[in-house]
Design a protein around this ligand. Structure first.
Ligand code: EPU
Length: 362
């Protein structure tokens, strides 16, 4: 399939555009105008047109809180990234294959495509909502794997140079739910991002050769529950992961959400040890440079799992997920996030950092 097919670009709009269908929290948000980019050839013209004008880039809207009413829409052109296509870049070398996927492809569809091709490496990341272009931005991770481990390069449009550029995995400075694309010193403010991701190059394994990661709690047991006792393949691991996600996380169609609303906080080892003396059951994950704690556990112990008012709530399935109960606004979600932060701070002395991006920032 060729990369970057379909129409060039839809014309800019004049009325405020509703973004409710474009954000997975289903917040009633509006923008002054909106351009759908479906072919990379459109980028040069768009880049010059928006050089000195506010802009922001939307993928699947699955990690985004937009604060902008119809009366006061976002004063920025929203670029909806719908670049499509997947190509195989190489034959098999050392049991590995290189694949390029355009940024507007659905992440889940891409993972399923790789598995159907007999390729492994992304199976633990099955079932994550959002687009391929958003995956490197927050370095999506689940079940002991981060996407950075399989990324070879990220292709971008550079709004400063008005040209394409390629960033190596090292250039991307990946960290836990973090990358160069979240660094305001490089990427710029929320309404003037320097880079738009156009495609991502992955290095994947031919199945049977992949070092499958089954150690994360739950995967091994789930595989056994599914009757798979010996040598699972990547597809079976993905199936187990999707099954675990289905049990643990609220269904976004019924309870709109952005997945984890907070990052798991990293604290000094000594602080974690003193907390664990008071709370021996506190989950702790030692890292280089500190101990990671479970935000979900802290929120649940603060008595907030399942807490809800008429509009927004903390999921009763997973305490890390804030949900739109019923016509919540961004202000409702933000007020709930602050309540969670203050309660956890008051009880444990730990400040939880939100994971999603806010438009406007701050
Ligand atoms: N826990 C609770 N209460 C809950 C849920 C979990 O106490 O309501 C405890 C569990 O018992 C466990 C610990 O919290 O001891 C960790 O729970 P879990 O395995 O569900 O993982 P997590 O650290 O809460 C992270 C990612 C998820 C990813 C899961 C599975 C972050 C911020 N979140 O959650 O990612 O699916 O691991 O690997 O790192 C996302 O980013 O949107 C997301 C869902």
């Amino acid at each position: 399939m060729p990369l970057f097919t379909s129409v060039l670009v839809t014309p800019p709009t004049t009325e405020p555009v509703s973004l409710q269908a474009y954000n997975s929290l289903r917040l009633p948000a509006y923008a002054s105008d909106c351009i759908t980019i479906a072919q990379s050839a459109a980028l040069l013209e768009v880049s010059h047109r928006l050089a000195k004008r506010p802009r922001c880039i939307l993928g699947g809207g699955t990690n985004l809180v937009i604060r902008a009413s119809q009366e006061s829409p976002l004063q920025a052109t929203v670029l909806i990234n719908q670049l499509k296509g997947i190509v195989r870049l190489s034959g098999v070398v050392d049991h590995q294959v290189r694949i390029r996927c355009a940024a507007g492809e659905s992440w889940q569809s891409f993972v399923m495509w790789t598995l159907a091709q007999g390729l492994a490496g992304l199976e633990n990341l099955a079932g994550i909502p959002g687009t391929v272009g958003a995956a490197p931005i927050q370095n999506i991770g689940a079940y002991g794997v981060e996407v950075a481990e399989q990324i070879e390069a990220v292709h971008v449009w550079d709004f400063h140079q008005h040209d394409h550029a390629v960033l190596s995995a090292q250039d991307c400075a990946f960290g836990y739910r973090d990358s160069l694309f979240k660094n305001p010193e490089i990427q710029g403010p929320w309404n003037a991002p320097r880079y738009l991701v156009t495609a991502v190059d992955f290095r994947l394994w031919t199945d049977g050769r992949a070092p499958l990661r089954l150690g994360y709690s739950g995967i091994g047991q789930k595989l056994r529950d599914l009757g798979i006792d010996h040598q699972p393949n990547a597809y079976q691991v993905a199936h187990a992961v999707m099954s675990l996600r289905g049990e643990k996380l609220p269904d976004p169609d019924q309870h709109p959400n952005v997945g984890s609303f907070f990052k798991n906080p990293q604290v000094p080892d000594a602080f974690a040890a003193s907390l664990a003396q008071k709370h021996p059951e506190l989950p702790r994950y030692p890292q280089s440079g500190g101990t990671k704690l479970s935000a979900a556990w802290l929120i649940e112990q603060a008595g907030l799992k399942g807490w809800a008012d008429s509009r927004a709530g903390v999921s009763s399935q997973h305490a890390l997920v804030l949900v739109n109960q019923n016509e919540a606004t961004a202000e409702d979600i933000q007020a709930l996030a602050r309540l969670v932060q203050r309660r956890v701070m008051g009880q444990f002395g730990v400040w939880l950092e939100p994971e999603p991006v806010y438009w406007p920032a701050g």
